[in-house]
Design a protein around this ligand. Structure first.
Ligand SMILES: NC(=O)c1ccc[n+]([C@@H]2O[C@H](COP(=O)([O-])OP(=O)(O)OC[C@H]3O[C@@H](n4cnc5c(N)ncnc54)[C@H](OP(=O)(O)O)[C@@H]3O)[C@@H](O)[C@H]2O)c1
Length: 296
């Protein structure tokens, strides 16, 4: 299959290129940067208005402003606009082409703060919050391709654990210094997934004709923040002494504290129905692997 991949230069994109190549797929990478070649891609094209999807069978859409960093007004505008606008460029191009599937990154943030509720892909999205609103708008923009007969799968990705990017870049140094600790009450459910499983699930969605609609990318072992902290400290071989009170996080980070304090107990029912076997089903195995490869 010839896959078009936006965000190919990013943390998930680089892993997807490796996994796609190992499954004998060809990848055409898309980037905003002129005259760039992305390792592992057969060809690199520009991502922007009038995006060229010729000879592409399916598109995996990962591009978007990172949610890491402080959410200033300008940053929030960029997080939202980069995702919605980029998706609209693809939808316009897909209307003129014969793409079979659009597989787009979304986030588990779409579910909002759900306490003890067991969430699957059939659960309703949350009702309020910045991430809920952005993810809903983003998914709505992508769903427009269904009217052209193109299959649409928003992949609702949990916190990704893998070396070289994402959460590990922040968590590994903190825990190595012995500064890691529970956040708020520590009772909130914290969905996570290993990088290798995210890449495999995006490819499953791209190649399996019967998958349509949301797919949760979250590992089967469900943990609360407190358990996450304990296992991380154990793997880093450091004590877990510190804890950060929820009200302090809310005061410092305002709506961004939802990233750390919202509770989401998420199951990937679609992966189960498709007999997907997780490479890293347990948090400990995922962290051991990610820490082993993480240099910082
Ligand atoms: N990592 C996670 O834990 C996680 C969890 C849930 C959801 N996700 C979602 O999965 C997607 C991929 O994540 P990632 O961790 O691979 O992200 P990443 O490393 O930040 O890479 C995203 C890519 O998007 C492009 N990009 C960056 N800023 C952009 C902007 N303002 N407008 C348009 N394109 C921009 C960049 O490609 P070029 O510079 O080459 O154009 C970049 O390589 C993101 O949409 C993210 O929100 C990630």
């Amino acid at each position: 299959m010839i896959l078009g991949l936006t965000g190919a230069s990013g943390f998930l994109g680089r892993e997807l290129i490796k996994t796609a190549s190992s499954q004998n797929h060809t990848v055409i990478g898309f980037t905003r940067k002129n005259a760039t070649t992305i390792p592992g891609c057969q060809e690199t094209r520009i991502f922007g208005p009038n995006v060229d999807l010729s000879n592409v069978d399916a598109v995996i859409h990962l591009a978007g402003e990172t949610i890491l960093g402080l959410w200033t007004k300008e940053k929030k505008r960029e997080i939202r606009e980069s995702r919605v606008q980029g998706t609209k460029w693809l939808v316009d191009a897909i209307e003129k082409s014969r793409i079979t599937a659009l597989i787009a990154a979304s986030g588990v943030g779409i579910y909002g703060d759900r306490g003890e509720e067991q969430i699957t892909e059939t659960s309703s999205p949350g009702t309020s919050g910045f991430l809920v609103d952005v993810a809903k708008e983003w998914e709505r923009a992508g769903a427009a391709v269904e009217s052209f007969g193109t299959r649409f799968v928003p992949v609702r990705v949990a916190m990704v654990l893998g070396a070289g990017g994402g959460a590990m870049q922040i968590l590994a140094p903190v825990f190595r210094l012995g500064l890691g600790g529970k956040l708020g009450t520590g009772k909130q459910w914290m969905p996570w997934i290993h990088l290798a499983d995210v890449a495999a699930l995006f490819l499953l969605a791209a190649t399996c004709d019967t998958i349509r609609g949301p797919l949760n990318a979250a590992a089967p072992e469900q943990v609360r923040n407190q358990q996450f902290t304990s296992i991380f400290a154990q793997v880093a071989q450091r004590p877990e002494i510190f804890s950060v009170p929820g009200p302090l996080l809310s005061l410092l980070l305002r709506d961004q504290s939802a990233l750390l304090l919202d509770s989401q107990k998420i199951r990937s029912a679609v992966a189960e129905q498709n007999n997907y076997t997780f490479k890293f089903p347990s948090l400990k195995s995922a962290l051991v692997d990610a820490m082993r490869l993480q240099k910082d």
